[in-house]
Design a protein around this ligand. Structure first.
Ligand SMILES: [Fe+2]
Length: 249
């Protein structure tokens, strides 16, 4: 048993961690009405206030872009960001707001990729997610092409792709290939599933995580986030993995 295993028993809780330690959140669904996240401007403002109170200084919100379900594009997202920024200014919430997107690697993604101009954040980081049901075909090629085009690929919530549950070496390989892994903080309590929690813990043990995200969609995510701040595994991630959210400020 390693050092952290000894001091943190399995169901132990620690004093809540100030999420100001992370400073920047780079995964959320806060632009109202364009995906399965916030449903109204009022709800968005409540969520942003709560994230500010948890310690975040900057939010890079990432609406879904999916070929079949959420047909968002650059213009829709950036005009949504404008309205949201205006409202945040009116409400005098001292938080910086930016936007990118969470792209699903689906059949229509290659087309979007070849058109160029994908929404990124920081050092050309591109947030992508995969199907929860089956491993996408040709994933390695898609990632390689994105990297060749100059994108730094960030894989959203790798712990939620439970078809890789018993193939932890896949994550090592992705990291070796230069993919950045972004863990959802709420995976640490087992909120999504027991399997996701187990993968999350393995990824932290192997020091494979580079970004931590809230993936906020609504108030329930924030209630769970509050609980997550008492998980020893969150402290472990912050202390032993090279988490680079702060560099996005
Ligand atoms: Fe998301």
């Amino acid at each position: 048993m390693g050092f952290f295993g000894k001091i943190f028993g399995k169901d132990e809780r620690i004093d809540p961690i100030d999420l100001g330690e992370i400073l920047v959140d780079m995964h959320s669904h806060l632009i109202p009405g364009i995906d399965d996240g916030s449903k109204s401007m009022e709800e968005s403002i409540e969520l942003i206030k709560a994230l500010y109170n948890l310690g975040y200084k900057k939010l890079i919100t990432t609406p879904h872009i999916q070929t079949d379900r959420y047909k968002n594009n650059r213009d829709i997202i950036l005009s949504g960001l404008d309205s949201l920024r205006n409202e945040v200014e009116k409400e005098k919430i001292p938080i910086e707001l930016d936007a990118a997107a969470e792209y699903l690697i689906d059949d229509g993604f290659t087309d979007k990729m070849s058109k160029g101009g994908l929404l990124t954040f920081g050092k050309n980081y591109l947030l992508v997610e995969l199907s929860y049901f089956s491993e996408p075909f040709n994933l390695k090629n898609t990632f390689f092409e994105l990297q060749t085009d100059g994108y730094n690929v960030v894989l959203a919530h790798p712990e939620r792709y439970t078809y890789w549950h018993n193939r932890i070496e896949i994550y090592e390989e992705l990291v070796t290939r230069g993919i950045f892994l972004q863990l959802n903080i709420n995976s640490l309590t087992g909120w999504y599933s027991k399997e996701s929690k187990e993968i999350a813990e393995k990824l932290i043990d192997r020091k494979l995580i580079r970004f931590l995200g809230t993936d906020t969609h609504n108030q329930q995510y924030l209630q769970e986030l509050q609980k997550s701040t008492s998980m020893p595994t969150l402290l472990k991630a912050l202390k032993t993995n090279n988490i680079i959210n702060k560099k996005l400020l």
